[in-house]
Each structure stands twice: as C-alpha cells, then as structure tokens.
Design a protein around this ligand. Structure first.
Ligand code: SAH
Length: 363
C-alpha cells in the first residue's frame, strides 16, 4: 500500500480536525508537485509532524538500486514493495521529452518466450498507488537531474500485463491524467493482446494510446512466442482492435521485436502489412534485446531496416525504436527484478502449471 492508494475522501477523514480546504490542498501538492506531505511548507509545522508519523502515508516502496546508462539519459530503479516483491521502473530522457516506463504487476503471467519478466513468472497485481507512485518517483527524479524539465510521458511497458490488471491500471491512468496532470495522449498502454481488456479499454473512451505487442502476424508463429495467442488468436484480436479504432477514432500501434531468423522474413512483413492496412496501424520495430532464457539474437540492423522499408513501401507507418538501457538490463523485455528475489508470495507461471486457469489472473 502507498499513500497514493488513499482517495480524496480518505484524506478528508484523516484530516477531519483540519480546515476543510486542507485535504484538497495536500491532494494537489502530492500529485501535481510530487511532494511528500510532510515536506509541504505551506502546512503548519504541527500538522507536518503529525503526517510524518502516520503509517497510512508510507511510500509504496523503497529504492533498492538505481543504475544509469547512455550518459545518464536512461536510469533504472529497482524498488522493493512493502511485502518484499520487487519491481523495476525505467526513466528515459530525450531532447524533447522525458518518459517513464512503469510496471503494472510484480512479474507477469503471459510467459512470452523472449521476455525476461515472463521467464520469471507472476507474483501479483500492483495497486493503484504502487503504479501511480512510480510516476511520482519519476517526476521527482527528473526534477533532480534535469532541473526545469518535467516528466512528459508515461508508458505501461515495464513489468506485467496492464490489461490483466484493468481495475488498478485504469484507476492509475485516471490518477496520472487528472491529478498528476499528464495528458492522455502522453500515456501509452502496451498489451500482449488480451481481448476482454481491449474491450474495456475501448469503453473507457480515453485518448490514451494503445500499443499491441504482435511480433508475428500468423497464429502458428505467434502462439509459439506469445502463448496467450492460443486464447485470443489474431482474428479475435484484430476484430477487437477494429472496434477500438472505430469507436475511438484513434490509431493503434503494433510492437514487433525483430528476432533473428524467426519473424524477420519478407513474408512476415507481408502478413503484417495485411493486418495494418485496415486498421491504419503504426508499427514500432524493436531490435530484440537479449534475455537469459531465450537464446535467439536480435535481427541484424540491416535486416531491421530492410523490414522497415518493406512496410514503408506498402504505405504502413513504421519506426525503429531506439534501444535504450541494454547495459543496465533496462531495455524492453529485460526487466526481471534481478537484484533481489521476491521474498513472499507464490510464484505462478503458465509453464509451471499449464492447466492453470488464466481467468484467475485476469482482473
Ligand atoms: N505486457 C505488455 C507490456 C510488456 S513490455 C505487452 O506485452 O505489451 C513492453 C514491450 O517489450 C512489449 O512489446 C514486449 O513484447 C516487448 N519485449 C519483451 N521482451 C522483449 C525483448 N527481449 N526484446 C525486445 N522487446 C521485448
């Protein structure tokens, strides 16, 4: 639990003996200014001292380790949650923006073959506060290292499958957007393709971006690297995405990690183009990052460029994602909480228990 798990009404109860403007005043400062309540100099000293001693206002986590790469333009934080679980958050600075990549679960149950988080299995969902506080950390950290520059973007591309934890992820999105003040178009949710979650996301009607981790455009190949495809095959997935596009008028993007000799052939590009055209989808090519449990290498750069050209020539918008943080295991798919093993909680994995009902893990 985190102080960011408290709702405004909880603050009102907590501060019942205070002037009625106090809860809102604190609420705004802890969100918009990302400050701890006991540090708010606009509050009377007595109140600050009282707040400093309240267990409800504890932070969601403690920073176990911070590593930097790319001349400090990429930083990875490893946090230990209050029950001993470990999550990772990555902050990336660019010339025109600063983006934080946040986790939505401790571990992940989707078991994608090439992803380090998936290789370690699922531990538990993160709460609204645990998700939101990663953004708060990133705002404070950006203030320390970048002075006047403010965190501009949030991507749900860290550990976990956001659309398997919809209640808390949607709650956190609302908090990040309405209270912390990051525009919906600056928030991106990346999903492995959980169809019921995409439907709920469509119904939310927000302007938040949706990215779908496709990686292969035929069922046989996709199921072999992204097992949830057995449950939600490509036809169901694209149908849900078409409904999303029709309802929200927004374009989705497909993520495609380029895997040497697996999904980097011309035929893969052709199948991908056929899926993209009706959806007017944008494609993000990510050179595959190495992970301990997956011997395949990333495609050579020339091959990535060749693949991008095929898409481009067919009129599909494509970009090659800059590879950030590989030296500190902070790149896409490398987040695994490697510093410390999780201390509590049963580890669930689809490989460990093939018959496990995945509904139990979907929110
Ligand atoms: N569960 C969400 C968010 C996960 S990570 C999802 O599947 O989208 C964000 C992106 O990194 C996803 O597109 C994921 O497929 C990709 N990814 C995972 N492992 C990777 C690796 N080893 N190299 C490159 N990208 C990887």
């Amino acid at each position: 639990m985190s102080l960011y798990d408290l709702q405004l009404t909880d603050w009102q109860k907590l501060l019942a003996d205070q002037p009625s403007f106090r809860p809102k005043q604190i609420w705004q400062s802890i969100h918009e200014r990302a400050l701890r309540p006991e540090l708010l100099t606009s509050l009377p000293k007595e109140l600050r001292e009282k707040l400093a001693g309240l267990p409800e206002l504890n932070s969601a986590f403690k920073l176990l380790h911070l590593s930097a790469d790319d001349r400090h333009l990429t930083e990875k934080a490893i946090f230990e949650l209050n029950d001993g679980q470990v999550i990772e958050t990555v902050l990336m600075h660019y010339a025109d923006r600063s983006t934080v990549c946040i986790s939505s679960q401790a571990g992940c149950a989707m078991n994608c073959a090439f992803c380090a988080t998936g290789q370690r299995g699922f531990y538990r969902h993160l709460s609204i506060g645990e998700i939101a506080e990663q953004v708060i950390w990133a705002i404070s950290r950006t203030r320390i290292t970048r002075g006047s520059k403010r965190l501009s973007n949030v991507v749900f591309m860290g550990m976990g499958e956001p659309l398997a934890n919809t209640r808390n992820v949607f709650g956190a999105i609302r908090r990040i957007n309405e209270d912390i003040g990051i525009g919906a178009r600056h928030i991106t949710v990346s999903t492995v393709g959980i169809v019921p979650g995409i439907k709920l996301f469509t119904d939310l009607g927000l302007q938040v971006n949706l990215a779908v981790s496709l990686h292969a455009a035929n069922n046989q190949k996709r199921s072999s690297i992204v097992p949830i495809n057995n449950r939600y095959p490509i036809e169901q997935l694209t149908k849900a995405l078409q409904e999303y596009a029709n309802t929200t008028n927004r374009r989705i993007s497909f993520e495609w990690a380029m895997m040497d000799g697996i999904n980097d052939f011309e035929n893969d590009a052709r199948q991908l183009i056929a899926l993209c055209i009706p959806l007017q989808a944008h494609v993000n090519l990510i050179p595959l990052n190495p992970t301990p449990g997956w011997p395949t290498k990333g495609s050579p750069f020339e091959k990535v460029v060749g693949f991008a050209n095929i898409l481009d020539n067919a009129g599909v918008a494509v970009s090659i994602r800059e590879n950030r943080g590989t030296n500190i295991d902070a790149a896409c798919g490398q987040l695994a909480g490697t510093l410390a093993e999780s201390k509590t909680g049963e580890r669930l994995s689809l490989t460990n228990s093939a018959r496990m009902n995945i509904d139990a893990l979907l929110d």
